[in-house]
Each structure stands twice: as C-alpha cells, then as structure tokens.
Write a protein that binds this ligand. Structure first.
Ligand SMILES: Cc1ncc(COP(=O)(O)O)c(C=O)c1O
Length: 373
C-alpha cells in the first residue's frame, strides 16, 4: 500500500508501560495526557441538561448567545472588542487545528506550507500532513519563543498559515504574540494563535494576539482547560473578518456543529470567572508539589513553567526517564519527543491528578511525606 498510513497516536505509545505502572498498589497515576480531572461548576452541568436545544440542528457558526458570551469574555479578559460576526464555534480546538490547513490551502492553492513551533502540540504538524501540505517546524529560542528570524523566506512565501501557542504546550513558555502578528502581516501569512491555556498564565497577565489588532490574525480558544469541559467539546475562534467569515462558511458545509446543550453549557462557563480562579490555585499548588517531589527524587532542579499546567523537565533521555518513573513511581508521563524531535531530552508532566494521587507517587518514590501504610 502506498497511501497514507496514520502514525501511532503519541499517547498509545505509552501503553507498553501500563503493566509496569498498574503493578503498583493503587494503580497507574496518569500524568501523561493533559485531560482535566477537576469538576466543572454545577451551574454549567445544569445548563447542559436544561437548554431544550436537543431537537434542532445547532447553527454551525455558534448561536448568537454563545458568540456573545465569547465576546463578553474577550472584552473582560483582554479589554478587546470583537464583533460577534467575527467569532465562530469549534467542537473543541483540536478539530479546528487538525482541519484548518486543508481550508487555508483551498483558499490559496498556490501556497502549501504550514509553519508551527518545533516543540509543540502534535496536531499542528498532523493537520498539515492531513491536508497534504508541507509541515515546516520553526526553531525555538532558548526562552521557548519561536525564532521567527530563522524562517526561510521561501517557506514564508509558501505558507498558508503560522501557528503560535502561548502559553505553550508542552513548554509553558510565553511567546511574543505582537511579533508573530507583525511577522505574518509583513508577509501576508495568516497567524493563528492557540491561546487555550491563557487563563493559566503564571508570569504576568494573559495575552491574546487580538491585542495587536484583528487584521490577519485569529485567536483560538477552548472551554476544555479553562472550565474542565474537555468532555463537552466546545471552543471558538475570533479575529480577522475575512478569514473568520471564510472558515464559518466552509465549516457549515462540512457539518462542524457544536451540540446545542454544549453551547448552552459554554455560555454559563464563559460568564463565570470564579471557578477559573479556583482551578488556577489548584494547578499552581500541584505544579509546586510535583516539582518538589520530582526534583527530590532525581536530584535535579525542576523548573516551574510561565504558563499552562505542565512541568517541562530537562533530562538526558526522555524515554529513559519516563520508563524509570513508571517503574519507581507508577506514574505515566510523556517523553518530550511526542512534541517534536527537538523535545527528546525533556519530559512533560501534566499536573492533572488530585493531590492525593500525586502524594501516592511521592510515597512510592520515598520522597516527601513519610509512608503511612
Ligand atoms: C496547545 C493545545 N491546543 C489545543 C488543544 C485541544 O484542546 P481541545 O480540543 O480540548 O479544545 C490542546 C489539548 O491538549 C492543546 O494542548
């Protein structure tokens, strides 16, 4: 067969370690996938069950009420006014990331290249591959920002889009969104800014690319992380009038529709900031707890991130560290190469498990609190 063969899904590659972690009393402590564990607010769950929107097809672009809630949130969070017409719904941001290159390539067929950070969420590259485009990784500076200067002029000329992600997965680094917007505008390359971790910014305030104006840029947001709603699948994109309107029309044809109850739940979630404050405190304290546990165990300092809920730990070999931690601590983490070859001497630890599960890992590693059993 000479056609496309999907590569193994990154996290499935951890399955071979499951017998090792499961053998620990108390089972596997999964710190690999960044899936939220904590509950969404009750009001949001009530909205899911009581919207009365089950019968009809929901509007693909998102209900006006949902898009107005997104508009209010952007205004509150960033002091930026986006017209409702320039906002569209997504079934969570992953499908948007993975399908976008196809639509952008159709829009400018003479261009065929997707630019994305060399250490990043794997769907940026996969979206390019699925569209038959050229994925071109942009090198990273030591502080975790993309090295825009290093982009080859020929690649820029062929680019259908540039991805930027801040705070970034997996590094937690904050990128310079103004610089990315300037770079794109100067070259006619649309800039898509994945800002799904923005409310978990630890260094200074959260930023959106929209603060630099809406021309040529689109911000991509999600309810998954902010409101622990990854299971409900809802997010949105907002920005440049022409690009957003083009994507809204295409996505109608494709049948990308967020179920009505999910849109209703998202409105309740977007209008509430209190639960986000509670979640911020949880992640912050877990980041500190786990950094302490792992640095005591390894004898090496574990840096805290500038944003997001991952520890990005420099190690000599990502797989070796992952296997050792599975054996000694019964914990699953992600070897850095899941996020690109440039990540191979790191591991990513998602602090998504409750404190008592983290403490269980500490006990197994015989660090921190003394074993009580
Ligand atoms: C950088 C980044 N973008 C997008 C997503 C997708 O999130 P969702 O599809 O739940 O909105 C994730 C999930 O881990 C992510 O880390």
């Amino acid at each position: 067969m000479s056609g496309f063969v999907p590569p193994p899904y990154p996290y499935d590659r951890l399955n071979r370690l499951l017998p090792i972690t499961e053998a620990h009393a108390g089972g596997t402590v999964d710190l690999s996938i960044g899936t939220p564990f904590d509950p969404p607010p009750t009001r949001v769950i009530e909205a899911l069950a009581t919207s009365g929107t089950e019968r009809s097809y929901p509007p693909s672009i998102g209900t006006v009420a949902f898009r107005e809630a997104a508009q209010r949130w952007i205004r509150r969070r960033f002091d930026v006014d986006v017209p409702v017409a320039q906002i569209g719904a997504t079934i969570g941001s992953k499908e948007f990331v993975a399908t976008l290159p196809q639509w952008m390539h159709l829009r400018t067929p003479e261009r065929d290249t997707v630019l994305y950070p060399a250490i990043s969420y794997p769907s940026y590259e996969m979206g390019a591959i699925l569209a038959g485009c050229r994925p071109v990784a942009v090198g990273m500076l030591p502080d975790g920002r993309m090295d825009l200067e290093s982009i080859d002029a020929a690649d820029a000329e062929r680019a259908v889009l540039l991805w930027v992600n801040s705070p970034g997965n997996p590094t937690g680094a904050l990128d310079d969104l103004d610089a990315a917007a300037r770079w794109g505008r100067a070259r006619g390359v649309p800039v898509f800014s994945d800002e799904c971790y923005v409310e978990f910014t630890w260094s200074g305030r959260g930023r959106t690319v929209l603060e630099s104006g809406m021309d040529g840029v689109v911000a991509v947001h999600s309810l998954s992380k902010r409101s622990n709603l990854a299971g409900v699948r809802v997010g949105f994109y907002a920005g440049d009038a022409d690009i957003v309107s083009y994507l809204q029309e295409i996505r109608k044809h494709v049948g990308m529709m967020v179920p009505g109850p999910a849109q209703a739940a998202a409105i309740a979630a977007l209008d509430d900031d209190e639960h986000v404050e509670v979640q911020r405190a949880r992640y912050r304290s877990r980041l500190e707890l786990l950094a302490g546990v792992l640095s005591q165990w390894s004898g090496e300092p574990v840096p805290l991130p500038q944003g997001a809920f991952y520890l990005w730990i420099p190690v000599s070999d990502g797989w070796e560290y992952t296997e050792r931690l599975a054996r000694d601590g019964g914990a699953l983490v992600s070897p850095g190469e899941f996020y690109g070859p440039a990540g191979s001497s790191h591991v990513r630890v998602a602090v998504v498990q409750p404190d008592e599960r983290v403490q269980l890992v500490a006990d197994r590693l015989a660090v921190g609190r003394r074993r009580t059993t």
